[in-house]
Design a protein around this ligand. Structure first.
Ligand code: SAH
Length: 219
């Protein structure tokens, strides 16, 4: 797994582009400047890793979110050091690594076994072994580990996922794309047991949040 001066240069350029595109929290940009994004992709796609507006194919017909989207979700969640963060949709594990770089305690759920296993391998190799990864249906969240300070959903939910909202700490923030073909990035902040402030933050496009799990195919 090589991360040489060439990759570091490309990464720095991506961070500068992100900085020019939006006033992201500098801590988020610093964290993204440290994660070798190309190492979460197949070799043939490494070349595109540092384009901020490309979502790229990963295994199981899923996608790695655009760098811009990862920055936006992390920024909106306002992740602080030691925050207990639940991520739904580990995918290749890139967003997971960014959260770990911010010093969060990360719990991430993936419904595709193939991706869950691949992400576990990549994150371990890159020394993000402290994150807790789970193979399961993210609709259920992780009630035994709740409450979470932050919840980041990286797949498009048809509506605000009620069971996840109940796992948010008071004052906690959940960032989730909501909709079908047209999706909107939503931020829900829990004000009390029953009250949430919900705001929308632009159009987006994610693979859908689906129910149940997908086992490995035996072939
Ligand atoms: N955070 C990832 C984004 C991956 S795409 C990254 O940085 O690359 C979204 C992922 O959500 C896919 O891997 C998909 O399998 C997963 N997903 C969809 N519905 C899910 C569910 N109900 N529970 C857990 N994961 C889910």
């Amino acid at each position: 797994m090589i991360d040489d001066f060439h990759h570091k240069g490309q990464r720095q350029r991506m961070v500068e582009e992100l900085r020019a595109a939006f006033r992201f929290d500098e801590r988020v940009l610093d964290a993204m400047g440290r994660v070798p994004r190309h190492l979460f992709l197949d070799k043939g796609l490494e070349h595109f890793a540092y384009r901020m507006d490309k979502c790229l194919p990963i295994a199981a017909k899923q996608t790695m979110s655009q760098a811009f989207t990862v920055a936006m979700q992390t920024h909106l969640a306002d992740v602080q050091k030691w925050d207990k963060v639940l991520e739904i949709g580990t995918g290749c594990g890139y967003q997971t690594a960014v959260l770990a770089e911010l010093g969060a305690r990360v719990y991430s759920v993936e419904r595709q076994r193939e991706l869950y296993e691949q992400a576990a391998r990549t994150l371990r190799k890159l020394h993000y072994g402290d994150v807790s990864l789970y193979y399961g249906d993210g609709y259920a969240g992780k009630p035994m580990l709740a409450p979470f300070r932050k919840i980041i959903v990286t797949c498009g939910a048809p509506e605000l996922p009620a069971r996840l909202m109940q796992q948010l700490a008071i004052g906690g923030r959940m960032v989730v794309p909501v909709g079908g073909a047209q999706q909107t990035m939503m931020l829900a902040i829990r004000r009390s047991d029953a009250e949430f402030d919900v705001t929308s933050h632009g159009e987006c496009r994610f693979v859908p949040m689906l129910e149940g799990v997908v086992e490995l195919l035996n072939c």
